[in-house]
Design a protein around this ligand. Structure first.
Ligand code: NCD
Length: 302
């Protein structure tokens, strides 16, 4: 079994293979037979899309699904995450999908575990499956990731999606530009910071982010109140976009804050297409986690 904590070690070929497999699944290709295996979903932070698209993916692969509610589990009695995962492994679970508020919660976790851990988001850290969904969406749109200009706009410092996306887009040969309030910049991000209008004008993909208020310490009320005008994709600003350029957002969307209400379902918005891709990309990830054991045959065909 393999872990997916972050995509840092993945090569462009690894990514393309995974996206190819997700495309084959989306086109109705036969899935690997994982029937009889167990998946556990452990979400220590709120989630709608990620949790349920993992559950759909697991069920489409024939897996039995356990949804662990942290508040009703022995985590409440002081059990560590490692011991909880070890327990799930002992009772027969093969894959655990984990979202956790602590950045890098998975450091050192993998060694003793026989089950596979798939990171569904760690604090401000990484969100590998959302990044694969975003790469899938962009590759489908433009036929390539190479030389596509992606403007990542908003609360960069606190966004695990932004961090994962920037890292992998650069690795895949895309061109990344960044924009957003100076207070929320992160010098570790690859890509050049530009003014918001410039970012919108030059991009093939306008990748917006929600303000991660749950990770802020407060005291930014004025910035937040003026955010839409200063840094959001307003209806007027959207006119600056190039013909053929698309709008993406990992969601949840705060309409009227990072994006104008009317743009969420605009013809060039791919926000719901990203969600549609979610179960297929996550099926491919789950198959990948099992690959050597169960699914080598299905992957050999694509
Ligand atoms: C994101 C997350 O949880 O990091 N959502 C998601 O998984 N689609 C983005 C966000 O919460 O803003």
């Amino acid at each position: 079994m393999r872990h997916l904590f972050r995509l840092t070690d993945w090569t462009p070929d690894d990514v393309h293979r995974l996206l190819d497999r997700a495309e084959a699944l989306a086109a109705g290709g036969a899935t690997a037979d994982l029937s009889g295996t167990f998946a556990a979903n452990l979400f220590f932070e709120p989630s709608t899309r990620t949790r349920f698209s993992f559950e759909v993916a697991e069920k489409r692969l024939g897996m039995h699904v356990l949804n662990v509610t942290p508040e009703a589990s022995s985590v409440k009695k002081g059990e560590t995450l490692y011991d909880t995962l070890k327990t799930l492994e002992a009772i027969g679970v093969s894959v655990a999908v984990v979202r956790h508020p602590e950045e890098g919660y998975y450091e050192g976790l993998g060694e003793g575990l026989g089950l596979s851990v798939i990171n569904a988001g760690d604090g401000c850290g990484h969100h590998p499956t959302q990044t694969l969904i975003d790469l899938y969406t962009i590759r489908r749109e433009f036929g390539t990731l190479k030389d596509v200009t992606v403007a990542i706009i908003g609360d960069l410092r606190h966004s695990r999606v932004a961090r994962s996306n920037a890292e992998m887009l650069v690795k895949m040969g895309a061109c990344v530009v960044l924009s957003g309030p100076p207070e929320w910049r992160d010098p570790d991000f690859p890509g050049e910071y530009v003014a918001i209008d410039e970012a919108v004008r030059c991009a093939d993909v306008v990748n917006l982010l929600r303000i991660q208020l749950e990770r802020h310490n407060g005291g930014e009320d004025e910035l937040v109140a003026d955010y839409h005008r200063a840094y959001g994709l307003t209806a007027a600003r959207a006119h600056l976009m190039k013909p053929g350029a698309i709008i993406m957002h990992p969601a949840p969307v705060n309409r009227g804050v990072e994006i104008a209400d009317v743009l969420v379902e605009a013809p060039n918005a791919r926000i719901f297409a990203q969600m549609q891709a979610g179960p297929f990309v996550r099926m491919a990830v789950l198959e990948w986690a099992f690959k050597r054991e169960r699914v080598a045959k299905s992957w050999a065909c694509c």
